[in-house]
Design a protein around this ligand. Structure first.
Ligand code: HEC
Ligand code: HEC
Length: 203
């Protein structure tokens, strides 16, 4: 049942992301990114673990998320003041700019890497946890056409915050599709920390 839903969801995402693809201007985006730099870094590599790095993220995913934040569908209390006045064109330009930047590679701490790798590559079939690699890919680069974000090199702290926010419902998956919430609620806190650490080391 759960997996049947995931396939319907895959199909919907595929069609909706193809329909919404529209080109932004990265040069215009760079100019508009001045207000974003304080938190996300001038090139999309943030200095604080709780703030996402967005360099090299897929353009379509950036566009969807910034729009959702602007429209209040995704809660981002720190950022909303900077997003609320963006036009659709601004969002396209900003997304094009950040998608063209390069994520700074990081490493994972060796402590929990085995557990993190196990969850990422194999999941836990008995508890209904799918392998992350099935959607986010073995190298963590995701799949832009299907709407699966890149996770590689993301701060472990932000990844763990996101997983917990999916689990407790404060982060809504876009389009009311509950795939990440369903997965995140099945993870223990130890697994959340371990898989977040593992993902930080992917490149
Ligand atoms: C004051 C700090 C701050 C500023 C300024 C800011 N953001 Fe953010 N941004 C955040 C935080 C914190 C989050 C994570 C929100 C959450 O808890 O889910 C976020 C999330 C995002 C995300 C989603 C990332 C992901 O991986 O899902 C994007 C994209 C983004 N911001 C783009 C921008 C852009 C473009 C601007 C400038 C118009 C901007 N932000 C300005 C703090 C900021
Ligand atoms: C069936 C496909 C699928 C599987 C399996 C999956 N994800 Fe996701 N993931 C998604 C989608 C789709 C999104 C974007 C959801 C949204 O719009 O918020 C996402 C978003 C995320 C995000 C937020 C990224 C960001 O930049 O804010 C994290 C973190 C994440 N997934 C981690 C994981 C982990 C860890 C696993 C394995 C335990 C996993 N995912 C398994 C589809 C999947």
């Amino acid at each position: 049942m759960r997996f049947a839903n995931i396939f319907v969801f895959l199909f919907l995402l595929l069609t909706s992301s193809m329909l919404s693809a529209q080109g932004g201007d990265p040069n215009a985006g760079q100019v508009k990114s001045a207000t974003c730099a304080a938190c996300h870094g001038a090139d999309g590599n943030s200095m604080m673990g709780a703030w996402p790095s967005i360099a090299g993220q897929h353009e379509s995913y950036l566009q969807t998320q910034i729009t959702a934040i602007r429209d209040g569908e995704r809660l981002a209390p720190l950022m909303i003041a900077f997003a609320s006045n963006l036009t659709d064109q601004d969002i396209s330009d900003l997304s094009a700019y950040y998608a063209n930047q390069v994520m700074t590679p990081k490493s994972a701490s060796p402590d929990s890497i085995e557990l993190g790798q196990l969850i990422y590559l194999s999941g836990d079939i008995e508890r209904g946890v799918p392998a992350c690699t099935a959607c986010h890919g073995p190298d963590g680069r995701g799949n832009p056409l299907a709407g699966y974000p890149s996770l590689a090199g993301q701060h472990a702290q932000y990844t763990a915050l996101s997983l917990n926010a999916y689990a407790n419902g404060t982060r809504q998956t876009i389009g009311s599709v509950e795939v990440m919430r369903d997965i995140a609620t099945r993870l223990t806190q130890e697994e959340v920390q371990a898989v977040s650490n593992y993902v930080q080391g992917l490149r």
